[in-house]
Design a protein around this ligand. Structure first.
Ligand code: SF4
Length: 345
């Protein structure tokens, strides 16, 4: 079991549910735009939102965001230790900061003191471009990533700081998986999973699903970020779907649908698309099956809370908890399913 770390109003590790993270891509100095994006991410089901903070102007702007959202806010600090101190003091819930990047340990000591007095944890995040230079001289790949993260964590330990979350991201899925496996075996810090620079919505989602999913299946990982080029809302959707596919998301509607074939009796794809859009925000653990015909339909319906099974002449059978409820016109299928989903607890 990993160490349990409090981040805002939630926990990472120690058996807590796996949380979903993303990062804003609006200019941090524009607090209005950034707050709007944070609130959109919150509505989409994001638990933790990271904001890059590089200077005083950006830190000041964040004062207009802190306290206006339920998500936990993380300040992403690159090299300026003063920003880490300031962000811990102004109310950020977590700092992403690599102590080994600073060089001067007296500055690390100041960051640790600020995090301790504000009870703010730190995420040490190593990727292929930020390996510890000493480690890079004798190790490579997954081993170098894992050792670099542990060296950063050890610097914090020297000052009695253990509220640390680790990440070892790589754009190479096999390297990333191996690095997390090494870390999992060597420490009890909770792990933030991610494939870095994974790409756009199809390639990135595939790489992240394989990397993050294979680790979660082994019980490794406490919080996840699907990194995608573009709109961060897509990251949250992808992460929630990964968790849902692994039955790790307790409040997500799962929609299963057959691939369709020549036996399909109606235009199924628009129905599934509309259900996915309309049910995305519904925080209920429900399984909904949409099936094209009576070949596999009744079997899948038996295992679903709500199911639609294509019949003939523009009609389909609507199932509730495995039993036929009624026959409905296909044109009414979406509204009938939505009404049932709303009513179910
Ligand atoms: S459920 Fe029916 S329509 Fe869908 S793939 Fe199977 S046989 Fe084809």
């Amino acid at each position: 079991m990993k160490r349990k770390i409090k981040v805002g109003n939630l926990f990472i590790g120690g058996g807590a549910r796996v949380s979903v993270q993303s990062m804003t891509n609006t200019p941090t100095s524009d607090s209005e735009k950034t707050l709007k994006q944070v609130l959109e991410l919150e509505k989409a089901g994001c638990d933790i939102v990271r904001i890059a903070v590089s200077n005083d102007e950006e830190a000041e702007a964040c004062k207009n965001i802190i306290g206006k959202t339920k998500v936990a806010l993380v300040a992403d600090i690159q090299f300026d230790y003063r920003m880490a101190v300031k962000c811990a003091d102004i109310g950020f819930d977590k700092i992403r900061f690599n102590p080994g990047n600073i060089g001067d340990e007296s500055k690390v000591k100041e960051v640790v003191a600020a995090c301790k007095r504000n009870r703010v944890p730190i995420r040490v995040g190593v990727n292929g471009g930020s390996l510890d230079k000493n480690v890079a001289a004798y190790a490579s790949g997954a081993e170098a990533l894992a050792q670099s993260a542990l060296i950063h964590a050890a610097i914090l330990e020297k000052y009695g700081f253990y509220d640390t979350v680790l990440s070892v991201k790589s754009s190479d899925v096999r390297t990333m998986v191996e690095a997390y496996e090494i870390l999992d075996a060597r420490c009890d810090y909770p792990l933030h999973l991610g494939v870095t620079e994974s790409g756009t919505k199809i390639r990135g989602v595939i790489k992240s699903s394989i990397g993050i999913g294979s680790l979660l299946l082994k019980g490794i990982g406490d919080t996840v970020r699907v990194s995608l080029t573009g709109d961060p809302l897509r990251e949250v959707e992808a992460a929630r779907l990964i968790l849902s596919a692994l039955n790790l998301n307790g409040d997500c509607v799962e929609i299963v649908s057959c691939p369709t074939c020549s036996r399909c009796n109606y235009d199924m794809e628009p129905i599934v698309d509309e259900l996915e859009k309309k049910l995305y925000g519904l925080k209920k653990k429900l399984k909904i099956a949409v099936m094209g015909c009576v070949v596999n339909g009744p079997g899948e319906a038996a295992d679903a809370d709500i199911a639609l099974c294509g019949g003939k002449n523009g009609k389909a059978a609507l199932y509730l908890k495995g039993k036929v409820l009624k026959t409905v016109p296909v044109s009414d299928a979406v509204s009938e399913i939505l009404a049932l989903a709303e009513k179910m607890s």
